[in-house]
Design a protein around this ligand. Sequence first.
Ligand code: UDP
Ligand code: MG
Length: 329
Amino acid sequence: MRPEVSVVFPVYNEQENLDVLFERVHPVLEEAANGSFEVIFVDDGSADGSEEFLDALSERDHRYKVIHFSRNFGHQAALQAGLEATRGHAVVLMDADLQDPPELISRFIVKWREGYKVVYAIRKRRKEASWKRLAYWVFYRSMRFIAEIDAPLDAGDFCLMDRRVVDTLIGLPERNRFLRGLRSWVGFKQVGIEYERDARNAGDAKYSLSKLIGLAVSGYVGFSSFPLRMAAWLGVSASLAGFAMTIWVIFSRIFVPHVPQGWASLIAVVLFVGGVQLIMLGVIGEYLGRVYDEVRQRPLYVVSSRVGFADNKVSIETVEFADQILARE
Ligand code: UDP
Ligand code: MG
């Protein structure tokens, strides 16, 4: 039987947060989903004891399940693995560091029962470093400006999705996943709920600056051809400027006595045009890299074992154990 609600937590070295997380999530689910729920932790290559904690939790309560990755594959891959494993009528995605308050799940479920297929959380205020807040602010606004989808402002991955939406998302073929963008792309009846984003409960952010930049680039490149088109626009403006310059040169040659021999302006123009060309090569490289990524068709992640699933695929440990027994006979 399908549980009412599935919750997916990507976990990367969150040992210090997991017990508080359990204490806050469990009562909410018992009440809001009448105990008909499953929680899927995707252990994204943790090495701080999170793995053992989750396995023990799953042992105690079979509604808690764990997927262990063979190494760190990243947050978006973990979300994808979690989505694929869920069976609930509704699926909630949230972070394991308690920045997404579990109590909001009840409000999600109320909206879902009203008929909305996607309920996402909108961050009203963030309790984070100011440079990070500024970066997010710029990202979401520029994304809205150039993206070909209508992505809501300040909405992260924290959301509830109906089964229909989840099945559509899982079926999308692309490998470069920018989930909050894809979620807007699929459509259906969507609604946002405002909340204040808490600070992380404990530990440091697991998203490094380079991972965050990677995510932002995925957003831009995955949902817009604007950066590519920029080449054309820059080219047009550079040629117009060059044209104006030529006219000026001819004009001054004829009418102005003693024209200064401006090599400095020449260098400036050469550098500018060279810079524009390099930038645009970089942009094209970004798209090309992604095309290459898609063509290779490597899986998004590799699972080393699954714990607590009824249809438990045979894990490596089980295979080794069986081999040992066979060898003894
Ligand atoms: N996470 C993950 N793999 C990673 C990085 C992060 O599964 O490579 C998880 C992490 O454990 C947390 C969530 O993704 O549950 C969000 O990470 P974090 O809090 O570091 O991101 P931020 O809140 O700074 O955006
Ligand atoms: Mg966080």
